[in-house]
Ligand binder design. Sequence first.
Ligand code: SF4
Length: 365
Amino acid sequence: MKSSAPGRLLAWFDRQRRDLPWRRDRDPYRVWVSEIMLQQTRVETAGPFFERFIARFPDRASLAAADDDEVLAAWSGLGYYRRARQLLAAARQLEAQGQGWPTTAAAWRGLPGVGPYTAAAVASIVFGEVEPALDGNAVRVLSRLAAEPGDPARAAIRRRLREIARQLLDPQRPGDGNQALMELGATLCRPRRPRCELCPLVGDCRAADAGEAESYPFRRKAPAARRQLRVVALVSHRGRLLMFRRASDDAQLAGLWELPWAEGQPGEKTEGELGQRYGGRWRLGGRLARARHAITDRRIEAELWGASRDDGDCVAEGPEAGWHEPDRLAGLPTGSLDRKLLRAAADNGAEETRGAAPAARRARR
Ligand code: SF4
């Protein structure tokens, strides 16, 4: 790596950096929230969510004082809801200690939901610590620069890549250096057809030199996503919908309200499964809508069916089950699939979902 590489990388970043809402200042709260959102969400998707979240909870104290449900509702649509719970837990922990912000990556790592990447990103961007932050984009660039054949998931390979990243950091601007490397991966050093002719590091890049950029980084063959058919049941009573709440330790949907559902084709088997999962005897009526939804390991094809329960649709209010008005769903933590289905059903004219479409759209905006 030539000694001029950090300067070239920063000069490129100064010219090309994208104007992102969390880059407008170096406020620790805003940078931290953005980094938690970006853990599993693309920059383009996270932007509008970030603006809304910051408008709703403008600082650490307002977040720490919020109800769990308010925070989950503001996170609705971003997925991986454990991130929101951990963000809230960390805000409460810091407020309870009555201190300022941690200033080193090591101290940030002690907070819920903060791993090595997030800790290094916040500590370098906000507090100027010279600590490499390796996200997937940075790992791709570094693997190509070094033509590293090893699996970046292995600790020894990770250490090697981190050392190369350290050489690329200008000690005067480590936060910009980290962001530049990640930006380079996101915009030029793409997984397919990298734009090496525009890259400020092309003269330092072994993979480009060998004409083999796309061969790096090492990739484990990902298991194919599983197709899942799902029947979602819409039980309506006096203008309210029956919903159930996910357990708070659910990895992806912790604490979210969702419509009852069962895997499989509509029929007696799924009616039986609904009974097993949610109690009572279930009957499906007619189909109201269809929607598709992809998550990490599944492609879900869902159908929303009008349904009834044998006990007069009476389910006790409580922490696990509740009746909710369709036009109030925007203020409730709910998942993307249910919102898609309710929107589609309302667009199809389903009477029970009247009011759900504007609420679902508000939640999406
Ligand atoms: S030269 Fe090409 S492969 Fe190498 S870091 Fe730049 S964009 Fe990536």
